[in-house]
Design a protein around this ligand. Structure first.
Ligand code: SF4
Ligand code: SF4
Length: 446
């Protein structure tokens, strides 16, 4: 039976639940993450589409011209990741990071192959067995690298387009070259680099350590009463090859909790509790505060609650902005280089430019009409224009009126923009310029 461990005054609040198998929890979360990683670009849930210059984000198709929304969305994701690092430490590395997931998978595959080869081929040299293990591993890693590179590049190039390039072994165009390079790098990463990437290259690991403070979740070794049996199982279980007993603040530690499982496994058989735990930083225990649910999930000081409020407000604002954006964008600009022209029929012409784009997923019909200047008419786009999804066009049109029917000089009018299907009508205030009564005909004549 497990005995209750003595908790000293300085014992950090523990997060480890008795009997928790973090390995199982981690593998479940990682499987969900891999599934999401594969589905996100394939179903246009998230992609920075470099070919079409679009940003797909949870059903919204943002155009590159909507840079402000894209920028705000990217900023939100960065703040979210930074906030997560501050509260939950390197939870991302241990549970969510694709690099870690695939590195661990490559380790597991290699171990499995080595086990089979060593058991079945006892009559060949260890060196030959090692070579055979690596050969089989590389044969498995090659198609896996192609597949995961395909998924990764699909975050930037539409998958159908990429698939076509893949089938035709395209290594001449920029897209094909990028795909081939990513595949090669992925293969080298899976085959040789793996977790070394985390300590040698990844900047996010360093960033997370900088964001941590005295309340951040960490993996903590504590042995106040000398119960460690020095079995070194925690060291052997560590995928990063470190000894957590030396310090909880080692740069290599990804908070994966394999050492917690190892220690609880070995000491559990002796009826003792693990000496390694998840803990909320190095702060002393506050029994009264521990009963509050928000402290138990990591919101342990005002800074964290302020970050949560900020993130909630930011996400709400962003959702409103994305939902309020109109799928069909229409802008109208007057041509004021030539103020007006006069036709042989005596009509005054003012030229405008219509700029329209359809960022939605269905055809849209744009029609214009005039208000506040009854004598004026639209010529050029009077029948409206149809925009297919993704269309963007610019077209000039005239507003005409008889000079006898409008005031000399500036006349005010509104151009009404109606978009079908259902978008709120726009009313754009414009001016119609007519010749001054006394003005010499200094303007261009048709
Ligand atoms: S010390 Fe423990 S938590 Fe840190 S990387 Fe090693 S096994 Fe994972
Ligand atoms: S697994 Fe536990 S008991 Fe064994 S060396 Fe590590 S901390 Fe000590």
């Amino acid at each position: 039976m497990a005995t209750a461990q003595k908790i000293s005054k300085n014992t950090p609040p523990r997060v480890t639940l008795p009997g928790t198998k973090f390995h199982r929890v981690r593998k479940t979360i990682q499987s969900i993450c891999v599934t999401i990683f594969i589905l996100l670009p394939l179903f246009d849930v998230m992609r920075v589409d470099l070919v079409r210059q679009r940003f797909y984000f949870f059903g919204a198709e943002l155009w590159i011209s909507e840079f402000s929304i894209i920028f705000l969305t990217m900023m939100f994701l960065w703040i979210l990741i930074a906030a997560m690092a501050m509260i939950y430490g390197r939870f991302y590395c241990g549970y969510l990071c694709p690099q870690m997931i695939f590195s661990e998978a490559a380790n597991a595959i290699e171990k499995g192959i080595a086990r089979v080869v060593n058991r079945k081929l006892t009559d060949i040299s260890p060196r030959a067995r090692r070579s055979l293990t690596l050969g089989v591993l590389f044969v498995i890693l090659l198609p896996a690298s192609v597949f995961f590179s395909f998924v990764f590049v699909s975050f930037f190039i539409p998958p159908a387009d990429l698939f076509h390039r893949l089938l035709s072994f395209d290594i001449r165009t920029a897209g094909g070259l990028v795909g081939a390079s990513v595949t090669l790098l992925t293969f080298l990463d899976f085959a040789f680099l793996r977790q070394r990437f985390c300590t040698a290259i990844c900047p996010y690991g360093y960033l997370q350590n900088m964001l941590a403070d005295r309340h951040t979740l960490q993996v903590f070794f504590q042995d106040d009463s000398g119960k460690c049996i020095h079995c070194d199982k925690c060291v052997r279980a560590c995928p990063m090859g470190i000894d957590i007993r030396k310090s909880s603040h080692q740069l290599e530690c990804t908070h994966c909790a394999e050492c917690i499982d190892a220690c609880s496994g070995v000491l559990g058989r002796m009826g003792r509790q693990t000496l390694i735990h998840y803990a909320w930083g190095d702060a002393g225990r506050n029994e009264a505060a521990e009963r509050r649910w928000y402290r138990r999930i990591g919101f342990r000081d005002g800074k964290r609650i302020a970050v949560l409020v900020l993130l909630t407000l930011y996400a709400t604002g962003l959702a409103i902005v994305i939902n309020m954006r109109q799928p069909v964008m229409v802008r109208i600009m007057p041509n004021r280089i030539t103020l007006y022209t006069k036709g042989p029929d005596g009509l005054i012409h003012n030229t405008f430019r219509l700029v329209a784009s359809n960022r939605g997923k269905t055809d849209a019909r744009v029609t214009l009409s005039l208000a506040d200047l009854p004598a004026a008419q639209i010529v050029g786009v009077q029948d409206g224009i149809t925009l297919k999804p993704g269309d963007a066009l610019q077209r000039e049109f005239d507003v005409t009126a008889a000079d006898t029917a409008v005031a000399p000089g500036v006349n005010h009018l509104r151009i009404l923009v109606h978009v079908d299907p259902g978008q709120k009508d726009q009313s754009l205030a414009e001016t119609f310029i007519a010749p001054m009564e006394s003005a010499a005909p200094a303007v261009k004549q048709n």
